[in-house]
Each structure stands twice: as structure tokens, then as C-alpha cells.
Design a protein around this ligand. Structure first.
Ligand SMILES: N[C@@H](CCC(=O)N[C@@H](CS)C(=O)NCC(=O)O)C(=O)O
Length: 210
């Protein structure tokens, strides 16, 4: 049985969405955020204190993009994978990791220095700079890619790459950065939110909220 440690709408949402989309059985451990303060015994399970943590037999993974890739390929080719040697394989991997490394990372600085730190430790200039940095990368990367009218990022179908990138859009919406989405990105984000797997993942975290 796969176990996923998760906080509502944190990066572990990518993993929950992939589990739901693939229809894999799993146990969900829903934690309060941030677990290192609100559930310190979690540090015994994951000394990093971060979510996601996915345990599957002897596999222990703590990187959300790697987990989505792992789940998509765990049992061989799946609806969410693009296989080595197939058209779009390189683009699939690149978008999968772009979603975290390029589109989510700058937003965590906005989150921290605009909202999470106590007022006296906030850094409006850093938060504003990284909000702009995110906006530029979004426009130059995802916005430009979608301007050819494609529905999904690779292989003419919804894949794990879309899950990874769409999570970055979810976080942007929660930070109020979605007002700057180019129209093609706003439409893509609406398509992603309408996916049955996205809705089931949202319901799963809602039903088990602590
Ligand atoms: N690169 C990792 C980052 C994991 C991470 O930092 N997760 C955040 C939630 S989105 C977290 O657990 N933060 C709590 C903390 O750092 O104490 C991933 O993609 O999973």
C-alpha cells in the first residue's frame, strides 16, 4: 500500500492528484501546515519536515515532481507517462521538472516574505521581485508554449507534466498572482481544474481535513 503524507494544497497535492488520476490505492496522512511546528512527531518519519513524503515498500520519496514521475511509471507505461523513445519524452520530463524548479520555487519566496513571516521579518522588495520573476518565466515558458493553441503540454493528451505545471498555477492563484496569467494560461488552468482527477484530489483532502 502506498502512503502519502500531505498538507492541503501543498506541493504534495501533485502526488494526490496523480494517485487519483491513476486510480492507485493509497493511504492519505493529512497533516496540519507546517508540520514541523504543528506536528513535530512527523520529524521522526521525515527529518526534512516537508511534504510530500511518499512511502511505497522500500521506496521513500520527498520530491513532488519525482513522486509524480515515479507514480506515472511505477507499473510500466500509464495514461500519465510518456515513455523513453516516444515523441515528446524529453518535453515531458522538462515540463514535469519545470513545474517545480522554475515555476514553484520563486513563489515560495513570495509566500514566505509576503505572508508567512511575522510582519517585522517580511521583505516586500524580495516578495515583489520574485512575483515578477515568476510572471516573466510563466509568460516566456508556459504562455509561449500554449500560444500555438495546444490543449495539453505534450503528446496531445493530459499527462504528469500537466499535473506538475498546474500545481504551480494553483499556488499562484492562492497567492493572488493569477491576475497576471496570459489568457492562454488562464484557459489552460481552467481546463486543469475541470479534470475529474483534480476534483477527486480536492475532495480527498477536504474529506480528511484534520
Ligand atoms: N522540492 C520539494 C519541496 C518540498 C517542500 O518544501 N514542501 C513544503 C510544502 S509546499 C513544506 O513542506 N514546507 C514546510 C517546511 O518547510 O517546514 C518538492 O517539490 O516536494
Amino acid at each position: 500500500m502506498i502512503t502519502l503524507y500531505h498538507c492541503a494544497d501543498a506541493r504534495s497535492f501533485r502526488c494526490l492528484w496523480a494517485l487519483e488520476d491513476l486510480g492507485l490505492p493509497y493511504e492519505l496522512k493529512l497533516l496540519p501546515f507546517p508540520p514541523r511546528w504543528k506536528q513535530p512527531d512527523y520529524l521522526e518519519v521525515n527529518p526534512l519536515g516537508t511534504v510530500p513524503l511518499l512511502i511505497d515498500g522500500d521506496a521513500r520519496l520527498t520530491e513532488s515532481a519525482a513522486i509524480v514521475q515515479y507514480l506515472a511509471t511505477r507499473d510500466g507505461p500509464s495514461a500519465l507517462s510518456v515513455e523513453p523513445g516516444r515523441p515528446g519524452y524529453g518535453a515531458w520530463l522538462n515540463w514535469l521538472h519545470h513545474g517545480e524548479a522554475t515555476l514553484t520555487f520563486p513563489q515560495t519566496l513570495v509566500l514566505r516574505y509576503r505572508l508567512l513571516e511575522p510582519p517585522e521579518r517580511r521583505l516586500p522588495q524580495a516578495a515583489d521581485d520574485y512575483a515578477r520573476w515568476f510572471g516573466k518565466r510563466l509568460e516566456e515558458g508556459l504562455g509561449r508554449a500554449l500560444s500555438d493553441g495546444r490543449e495539453w503540454l505534450v503528446a496531445d493528451r493530459f499527462t504528469a507534466a500537466d499535473i506538475s505545471v498546474a500545481y504551480a498555477l494553483l499556488l499562484a492563484a492562492s497567492l493572488g498572482l493569477d491576475a497576471g496569467f496570459p489568457p492562454s494560461v488562464a484557459d489552460y488552468w481552467a481546463r486543469c481544474r475541470a479534470r475529474p482527477g483534480f476534483r477527486r484530489a480536492k475532495a480527498a483532502q477536504r474529506d480528511r481535513r484534520v
